[in-house]
Design a protein around this ligand. Structure first.
Ligand SMILES: [Zn+2]
Length: 81
């Protein structure tokens, strides 16, 4: 059996589900300076529950889609008005 090296292009993984875990952070709130504790999925939070700024709205949701141009077939010039 012959073998050879081939180049594999970089590619993006398909959408998939992944299990993530929360972590409990003990930290000092940036706003009120009170030591507090929060459980988050993401990075270390900056603010306590009281000072927490409202969650940024998700841009991708509720955004009206632009009408896409429709593919049309023209059989002859007489179809064009
Ligand atoms: Zn605070």
């Amino acid at each position: 059996m012959a073998t050879k090296l081939v180049s594999v292009r970089e590619y993006t993984v398909r959408a998939h589900q992944r299990q993530i875990h929360t972590r409990v952070f003990n930290f000092v709130c940036k706003e009120c300076g009170v030591p507090t504790k929060r459980e988050t999925y993401g990075p270390r939070p900056l603010y306590c529950e009281q000072c927490r700024p409202p969650q940024a709205p998700k841009k991708s949701l509720m955004k009206p889609q632009k009408a896409k141009p429709r593919a049309m077939t023209y059989k002859s010039k007489t179809d064009l008005d």
